[in-house]
Design a protein around this ligand. Structure first.
Ligand SMILES: *Cc1c(COP(=O)(O)O)cnc(C)c1O
Length: 278
């Protein structure tokens, strides 16, 4: 079942207007929330971020958070999905193509659930990544629909036989194309500070909480491209990727080329926190 513009309906009945500003301009925001055991994981953090993204780009949410919660509850219940994710997006509404906002238009929400199994092979063995220039705008904290630089970065990774692209701006590593990036050096976890140059991942926040609880020291301090040759471990974090070890960067092994002990520990803590048994 889909939710589109105030109604629940089968996917076949969703007819999106060519005048939707999401279609013309990518003028909207989105969230992906994980479903574990039929429940939304870290729902509150996602909805808080949704509201922040909307406010940053001056979209008024078409519903209250209580109404959105009720919509999501119904989608989850009807879908009967135990393991998967919920996608939702809100665009600035519909109207003839014009860059400036169109007065008196309501934002349009789309949401649906998809079944998905955990990426166990990658969680176990890790992935190879490439590095690439971060050509995004300067509001990367907004989870905006317009993802062209992210799409191109991910495609470059695939074309080079890698699974993700690690982005750098003026030599400073920011994050991955659809995930945050963390490294371990001498037992300390480093990740880019949560400012306008990265998306403030919910999984990133969960991992930093888990690190604090486990007395794994961390610093929200960016590392540079040249530091990559001298790290012990690396991993990416996102709703779908969870904590995926990075074992190779631009063809060079990270550490021994296998997931490291701090990464493993955090994965285990994440599974406990999310109460995952498979
Ligand atoms: C969504 C996203 C992430 C990960 O955020 P989560 O809330 O952990 O899923 C990281 N980087 C970018 C660019 C993203 O779009």
């Amino acid at each position: 079942m889909y939710f589109y513009q105030d109604k629940f309906m089968p996917k076949e009945d969703v007819h999106i207007s060519p005048d939707d500003r999401g279609y013309y301009f990518g003028d909207g925001i989105y969230e992906v929330i994980r479903i574990y055991k039929g429940q939304l994981f870290e729902r509150q953090r996602h909805l808080t971020r949704l509201a922040q993204s909307a406010a940053e780009i001056r979209i008024s949410l078409p519903y209250t958070i209580e109404q959105i919660n009720a919509i999501l509850d119904k989608l989850i219940a009807e879908s009967n999905i135990q393991s998967g994710n919920l996608y939702m997006q809100i665009t600035r509404g519909e109207g003839p193509r014009s860059h400036a906002f169109i007065p008196n238009t309501e934002a349009v929400m789309l949401a649906y659930c998809t079944e998905m199994v955990r990426p166990l092979e990658q969680l176990q063995n890790g992935i190879a990544v490439i590095t690439i220039d971060d050509t995004r705008w300067l509001h990367c904290n907004v989870k905006a629909l317009n993802l062209i630089p992210n799409v191109l970065a991910k495609q470059s990774a695939f074309e080079q036989g890698a699974k993700e692209a690690i982005l750098h701006r003026d030599g400073v590593i920011t994050e991955a194309s659809i995930a945050n990036f963390m490294v371990i050096k001498n037992g300390i976890l480093f990740t880019h500070p949560a400012n306008n140059l990265i998306l403030h991942g919910v999984t990133r926040a969960v991992v930093l909480d888990l690190a604090a609880q486990a007395n794994i020291p961390y610093e929200e301090k960016a590392i540079r491209l040249e530091d990559l040759s001298d790290i012990d471990e690396a991993f990416i974090t996102s709703t779908n990727a969870e904590i995926t070890p990075v074992i190779q960067i631009d063809g060079i092994l990270v550490g021994q080329g296998t997931p490291g002990p701090v990464t493993r520990k955090l994965q285990q803590l994440y599974e406990e926190y999310a109460q995952l048994d498979i």
